[in-house]
Ligand binder design. Structure first.
Ligand SMILES: *Cc1c(COP(=O)(O)O)cnc(C)c1O
Length: 343
């Protein structure tokens, strides 16, 4: 990179830098040993998050992979099964942890183009009580999923169906705040219907690390045992809980800017004839491009200080360190490249 000291990083919303106020909150955080539940900042974060999303209790853990796994291992035992989308992070992108570490069988089900799972599929995949089958215990959904929002109506119907069939419900709400802001509903409304929700604080909310698992008090108490076993019992974790608390207090409503920037970026790129661009609902969208363009485009972007996971099916993500000016510069760089590029 030559001209800019600031990288425009469109690979993920996990690449954000903690702002000065977050760093100040980290420095000032009162701390204690969280394995003894002694860390006042972790306790405050857990209580604040539980109240914000409408749950009794919360559990702070180092990652969303771990909060999802804790939830699955608390909902399901050995020989149980959970229903989950084929594209879901818990199923596809978490190393098979539920099966490997939890002895929990996943029953993956096709996601529809809008990210939902058909209610008729959910119903059809619930196994009867028969010794040949794993015991179907849980429906796990994800919102947003690949940047797509599951509507409040769909979530209400799917979770009601699961409950009527005796299942429990978990939401991988890594980006639940994006889903709520997009729909103009409260975080409580977005979490309604789920017995437990995992919320990532290190995605668009901009905290350096951590996720929080929310649920009933007794469930969270059990979950705490799994967290310890999985190596997620931290000591003076207030130093990372403080920026997470700051993120929940300050960075939820501003996600609308990321959605607006993603929309602007997608509209600009859609004007390039060699590209096929999806319309973002939130901060994530996809661009299909000719394979032969990928390597030279990657070089051009690198030279211009733009990082993106360029491939034939490229995911682009906006976040709080991507400005409207960054979006304009990215569009211009793409346009200049494709103006000259021939297969
Ligand atoms: C990032 C992410 C997770 C897991 O979070 P990590 O903190 O990276 O372990 C879970 N679900 C979804 C949808 C995610 O995007």
């Amino acid at each position: 990179m030559s001209k800019n000291e600031h990288w425009i990083d469109l690979r993920s919303d996990t690449v954000t830098q903690p702002c000065e106020a977050m760093r100040a909150a980290m420095a000032a955080a009162p701390v204690g040993d969280d394995v003894y539940s002694d860390d006042p900042t972790v306790n405050r974060l857990q209580e604040y998050a539980a109240d914000l999303f409408g749950f009794e209790a919360g559990l702070f853990a180092p990652s969303g992979t771990q909060t999802n796994l804790i939830a699955l291992m608390t909902h399901c035992g050995r020989g149980d099964e959970y229903l989950v989308g084929q594209e879901a992070h818990t199923y596809k992108y978490e190393g098979g942890g539920a099966a490997v570490l939890g002895s929990i069988q996943p029953q993956p089900i096709a996601n529809q183009p809008d990210g939902s799972i058909l209610l008729s599929d959910i119903e059809a995949y619930i196994k009867p009580d028969d010794m040949h089958f794993a015991r179907t215990r849980l429906l796990a959904l994800e919102n947003t999923i690949g940047g797509r929002v599951l509507s409040q109506e769909y979530v209400a119907a799917a979770t009601a169906l699961a409950h009527a069939k005796g299942l429990r419900t978990h939401l991988d709400g890594a980006r639940i705040c994006n889903a709520a802001v997009k729909q103009g509903i409260s975080l409580r409304a977005a979490a309604a219907g789920f017995d437990t929700v995992s919320v990532c604080l290190s995605k668009g909310l901009g905290a350096p690390a951590g996720s929080v698992l929310l649920g009933p008090k007794a469930f969270i108490e059990q979950g705490k045992r799994w967290r310890k076993m999985l190596g997620g019992g931290m000591r003076q974790a207030g130093v990372i809980a403080a920026p997470a608390l700051y993120a929940l207090e300050h960075n939820v409503q501003r996600l609308a800017e990321d959605h607006e920037n993603a929309a602007r970026l997608s509209r600009g790129l859609a004007e390039i004839e060699q590209l096929a661009v999806t319309t973002p609902q939130t901060n994530i969208f996809y661009v299909n491009m000719p394979e032969a363009a990928c390597a030279p485009l990657r070089q051009t972007l690198e030279r211009e200080g733009i990082r993106a996971s360029i491939g034939p099916h490229t995911r682009l993500v906006t976040h709080l360190n991507v400005t409207a000016a960054d979006v304009e510069r990215t569009i211009l760089t793409f346009k200049a490249f494709f103006k000259d590029w021939r297969a």
